[in-house]
Design a protein around this ligand. Sequence first.
Ligand code: FAD
Length: 413
Amino acid sequence: MNKIDVLVIGAGPAGSVSAAMIHKAGLSVRVVEREKFPRFVIGESLLPRCMEVLEDAEFLDAVKAKKFQEKFGAKFMKEEKVSDFNFSDQFSKGWTWTWQVQRAEFDLTLITDVQRRGVPVDFETTVTAIEFQPDESSITTVEKKDGTTEKIEARYIIDASGYGRVIPRLFNLDKPSNLDPRKAVFAHVNDIHRNNHDEPNRIIAVMYAPGIWSWIIPFSTGVTSLGFVGSFDYFNAMGGDPSSQFRTFIDGNAYLKQRFGDVEWVFEPRKLEAWSATTDKFYGHGFVLTGNVTEFLDPIFSSGVMFATVSSHIASKMVIRKLKGENVDWDNDYTNFIRQGVDTFRTYVMAWYDGTLEKIFFSKNPDPEIKRQICSVLAGYVWDQSNPYVKDHAGSLKRLAKLIDVSERLDAL
Ligand code: FAD
């Protein structure tokens, strides 16, 4: 058995970024992936904060060549009210655009580029057991499609297995999320009524009913991802299968009906539920967790791939330093750092569902500087402590909503 430096579990964005960074540092790395690629996964709208990671991991050229839809901002709509955030008008310094991607193609692009650099990637190879040794190395058992097994010895493991949550499941580290469980139904549709002025380069979140919203993510091919998110109670009260729910949702909103009422569905609507999850610890003896395995909050604000890439970028650089004999402070430089970003988005997710952001987004006279600061959060710049809407995320949002309340009441007098 040849011992490698790093075993990466999973070939999603988190796994590809990890493998690229480890390889770039001259260490040996191997990726094992349960599925055959391309494979479908949801999570199609990226955030500008991903771009610096994709650049450092040297993926930009490969992704640019795919001509995915460029994304310049995010729009929130409720009936006739629209709140538009343009990433080029934001507070933090950084990327002002990103992409909206069909994930099967995007994930395949990244992992193919990793293979091109000489990293071995085993598809249809599932991790079934891991034994950690006293020196932090490990022996991982993988099962291949034909039922045969292999043992892989590695000095360190990066678990980037997404919803598979390999290490938390094998070692009972899973912890329930503090967010309410939600469901989604979604499909790709032929977006023949798209307005070609700005609609393709924005994600649109439509506030559908209290706690219920819809995403519209246009792709460069003319196809658009359309999804609906809501509570279990709402979906249960609707009854029916995902296709009939999808149809009912479209028909129940004037904007959605006019844009999507008569369009062809590229595939029958699918459902997903109860995706929020977290774990007790983001690292341990011989391993680090990255991407969705650490914590996934909610689809609103499209933070999933941003966290997947940023966490993998930091974790892999720390693994490299550790394997080169340096001391690393996992608690401070990894767990606390990632948690701070996740907690900022958690505040915004909760403020979305409790109506605070509705008040802010649709206020009559938004302060341009505050809008820029909130825009930076929506672009994924959730570590910029000079932004008051990051540093004191919960307090700033609450105070702003109160101010808007008071000024609207005064206006009404
Ligand atoms: P994944 O992309 O899930 O990759 C993990 C890989 O690990 C998979 O390919 C899997 O096959 C493999 N694996 C699993 N178990 C094993 C095993 N035992 N052995 C080997 N391999 C294994 N994010 C956004 O950024 N934008 C969005 O618009 C967005 N919308 C979303 C909408 C919904 C309804 C939901 C639920 C999520 C959404 N997300 C979105 C989140 C996004 O899906 C994830 O955050 C993102 O895919 C995480 O990437 P990852 O690399 O961590 O994991």
